[in-house]
Design a protein around this ligand. Structure first.
Ligand SMILES: Nc1ncnc2c1ncn2[C@@H]1O[C@H](COP(=O)(O)OP(=O)(O)OP(=O)(O)O)[C@@H](O)[C@H]1O
Length: 204
């Protein structure tokens, strides 16, 4: 990849956790637990989908707050915003990764990317932060995801953005999140131990 991250994000994090998983597998649920356990002063959650809306609003002189809420304003621009995002990504696959990881939150030592969706997202973090990056896949059975409100939606669940990471990636950790609290806690503790080891090896 040719584009370097911005000046702020070049302050190298100690750990980068890159999460991926199907809709309603529990990515937000899990990443928020990890952030709480590590502490908000240590850990930032960065959403690659976040800058899409804010940057689209900026470039089109729209009200970003209204674009982010559930009004018809958002619906009106939705299709155009998705098209704009795809065009941007095609021109520059690392565009949204760069935007999501700049700013003050990049100053914290642990970054959690909660919504990787494409192989290019993985390539971005592997190319700039190889030593720090742990790739984590969250899995849940379809029946469990349905209980959480997921319903198969054609054009969404069969789109590249949902399926690109279904194969071809060697994950450092796979977390099964089917609602078995004890099993989840074992996974999370293993991960937190790994993070703490990385943080300690940076200190020494
Ligand atoms: N282990 C769990 N125990 C209890 N509730 C859970 C668990 N995992 C997820 N949930 C709940 O399931 C719902 C979906 O989880 P979450 O929003 O984390 O999924 P997601 O993968 O981030 O979904 P999306 O990709 O659609 O944003 C939430 O209401 C969340 O609180």
């Amino acid at each position: 990849m040719s584009d370097r991250p911005s000046v702020v994000s070049r302050i190298t994090p100690a750990v980068v956790l890159v999460f991926s998983g199907k809709r309603k597998s529990g990515k937000d649920f899990i990443t928020e637990i990890i952030q709480k356990r590590l502490g908000f002063e240590v850990c930032s959650i960065m959403r690659l989908s976040g800058p899409l809306k804010s940057q689209y609003a900026k470039e089109h002189r729209l009200d970003a707050d209204r674009l982010l809420d559930a009004t018809s304003y958002k619906e009106h621009y939705r299709a155009d915003m998705i098209k704009w995002g795809e065009e941007r990504r095609q021109k520059d696959p690392s565009y949204f990764c760069r935007l999501a990881t700049e700013g003050m939150s990049a100053l914290k030592p642990v970054w959690i990317i909660s919504d990787a969706r494409r192989k290019t997202d993985i390539e971005y973090f592997n190319s700039f932060y190889k030593e720090q990056t742990l790739l984590i896949r969250v899995q849940a059975k379809e029946s469990v995801r349905m209980d959480r409100g997921w319903k198969f939606t054609s054009g969404v669940d069969d789109a590249e953005s949902e399926c690109d990471l279904d194969s071809g990636i060697t994950w450092h950790m796979i977390i099964d999140n089917n609602g078995q609290e004890e099993q989840l806690n074992i996974h999370l503790q293993t991960l937190i131990d790994k993070i703490n080891n990385k943080l300690q090896s940076q200190d020494s």
